[in-house]
Design a protein around this ligand. Structure first.
Ligand code: DHB
Ligand code: FE
Length: 288
C-alpha cells in the first residue's frame, strides 16, 4: 500500500487517490466519526439528501441498469481512494462559501486534496523548495498580511502548488517531498516576498472513477493553473485560498468551481521573461 513516507511510484489515479485518502485520515481523523453532531441534524441532512436522490430517480425514471451502474461506480470511487478528489471537486466549493460568507477580509476558496501541513520554513523573504533547474517561468510574489483595520500582522503564508507539468509533490511520483511547498513568516511589518515558478493548469486524474464519470458525462477534467495558500495570524481567522492567472482557458469553467474574481493575480512580465506580482491578504479578527 502507498504511504506518505514512501512517495508513490506511479502517476495513476489510484496512487494519488490513495495518497489523498491517507492524507485525509492523518490530518482530519477527528472528523472520521460524527460523534458530536446531534441526531436531529444528522437525520435532517441525511433525509434531505436521500429525498433529493429519490426525486431525481422519479423525475427521470432511473432504470435498474442505471441504478446498478451507480452502485458499481460508488464502490469503485472507494476502491480507488477517490472520495477526497470527488468531494473536493464537486462539493467543497459550496461548503467554503457558507463557512466564509460573514468575512470582511480577503476572499478564500477550496483547500482541495493536496495540502500537507508542516512545510519547510522559508522566512519572510525566500525561495520555495524546488529542484535545481525547476522548469517553469520564475515568479516573484510580494505581499502583505494585514488585519481588517489595516494593521500589519505577524503571520504565515503556507504556499503549495503544482509544478510546470501540473503535478503535486507527495501525490505524484519522483518529486522531492517538499517540492513547491513552503511556509513564509512575516515580521512586524506584515510583508513577505516569495520566489517560485508559475504552475501549469491541472487535470484531475482521468484514469480513475472520477475520470470515468467525467468521460461518461462528456465533461472536461481541467482546473486552471493556481497557487494554493493558507494564511494565518494570531487572533485571526485562517484564510484558505487559491490564486489564479488571467487568460487561463479554464478560469471560466473550472471543474471545481473554485475561481472568484477577487482571486485573480495581475502578473507583470519582466525583460528577462520572469514574472512579478503583488497580492495582499486581509484577515478577519476572530470574534470573541
Ligand atoms: C483537486 C485538485 C486540486 O489541485 C484542487 O485544487 C482541487 C481539487 C482534485 O483533484 O480533486
Ligand atoms: Fe490544486
Amino acid at each position: 500500500m502507498t504511504t506518505i513516507e514512501n512517495p508513490i511510484d506511479s502517476a495513476t489515479a489510484a496512487a494519488s487517490g490513495a495518497s489523498a485518502t491517507e492524507r485525509f485520515h492523518t490530518d482530519k481523523s477527528p472528523f472520521a466519526a460524527v460523534k458530536d453532531t446531534p441526531k436531529e441534524r444528522v437525520s435532517q441532512l441525511a433525509g434531505e439528501v436521500l429525498s433529493a436522490v429519490h426525486d431525481t430517480i422519479r423525475r427521470h425514471r432511473v432504470s435498474y441498469d442505471e441504478y446498478n451502474a451507480l452502485k458499481a461506480w460508488l464502490i469503485e470511487v472507494g476502491a480507488d481512494g477517490e472520495w477526497p478528489l470527488f468531494l473536493d471537486v464537486w462539493v467543497e466549493h459550496v461548503v467554503e462559501d457558507v463557512a466564509t460568507d460573514h468575512r470582511a477580509g480577503s476572499k478564500g476558496t477550496i483547500e482541495g486534496p493536496y495540502y500537507v501541513p508542516g512545510s519547510p520554513e522559508c522566512g519572510a523573504r525566500g525561495t520555495i523548495p524546488m529542484r535545481d533547474g525547476e522548469p517553469g517561468t520564475p515568479l516573484v510574489w510580494q505581499g502583505t498580511i494585514t488585519s481588517t483595520d489595516g494593521s500589519p500582522l505577524e503571520g504565515k503564508v503556507e504556499l503549495w502548488h503544482a509544478d510546470s507539468e501540473g503535478f503535486y509533490s507527495q501525490f505524484a511520483p519522483n518529486i522531492p517531498e517538499w517540492n513547491l511547498r513552503g511556509t513564509f513568516s512575516t515580521g512586524a511589518d506584515g510583508s513577505f516576498e516569495i520566489n517560485t515558478i508559475r504552475p501549469a493548469p491541472y487535470q484531475i486524474p482521468t484514469d480513475g472513477s472520477c475520470g470515468k464519470l467525467i468521460a461518461a458525462a462528456g465533461w472536461h477534467a481541467w482546473r486552471p493553473a493556481h497557487l494554493h495558500v493558507k494564511v494565518s495570524a494570531p487572533g485571526h481567522e485562517l484564510l484558505t485560498a487559491q490564486l489564479y492567472f488571467p487568460g487561463d482557458p479554464h478560469n471560466d469553467d473550472d471543474i471545481a468551481d473554485a475561481v472568484k474574481p477577487e482571486l485573480m493575480l495581475d502578473p507583470q512580465t519582466g525583460a528577462d521573461g520572469s514574472e512579478s506580482v503583488v497580492y495582499n491578504f486581509v484577515l478577519d479578527p476572530v470574534k470573541a
